[in-house]
Design a protein around this ligand. Sequence first.
Ligand SMILES: O=C(CO)[C@H](O)[C@H](O)COP(=O)(O)O
Ligand SMILES: [Co+2]
Length: 213
Amino acid sequence: MKIAPSILSADFGNLAEDVKAVCDAGADLIHVDVMDGHFVPNMTMGPMIVKAVAKAATKPLDIHFMVEDIPFFIDLYKDLKPEFISFHIEEEKHINRVIQKIRNEGIRPAVVLNPATPVSLLEYIVADVDMVLLMSVNPGFGGQKFIPSVLDKTKELRELAEKKNPSLLIEIDGGVNDKNAPLLKEAGADILVAGSYVFGSDDYSKVINSLRV
Ligand SMILES: O=C(CO)[C@H](O)[C@H](O)COP(=O)(O)O
Ligand SMILES: [Co+2]
């Protein structure tokens, strides 16, 4: 299991130090939540802040866009060369085109599903992406309660991936902790995002290891 701490719950007054600390504590990826105040009712980091995060990080970035006008945001962040860019399919009419745009930049494309968005919508997308991110909270804020229906959804996605894209990575984001991590692993998850659970602790290494089930 790979662990991607979400810096949404980091100390923004000491962001570089927090990013360095979770990298040193064993994070596999740094999850960066970009919100525009339109797709979700919250705003987070522009490209200048994420550039500072990229400079401090010794692990690759995993950028999660919760934005409208996704192609515009890809152009703003592409030069930071993240490992992944993920975008919400609820927002995009031209999903295949946007996946190709991300891949053409040498970045691994991923799509995101809100808790109520069905896996069936991925039938003609899943073979074209490297990862699918399943939201286990409603996007917009850290520190929310895990929505357990994502467990069945993860199993359903793993079955679809076995048929159409066996190397697909499944990432789960929202309310992840040491209680649900084993259930998510059993359901077929590969990467767990955790924000408040990691940054709410004073021992990053211990909490990251507690998720590595
Ligand atoms: O995408 C997100 C919110 O929209 C965050 O990545 C997510 O909520 C992580 O925070 P926490 O682990 O505290 O739920
Ligand atoms: Co996220």
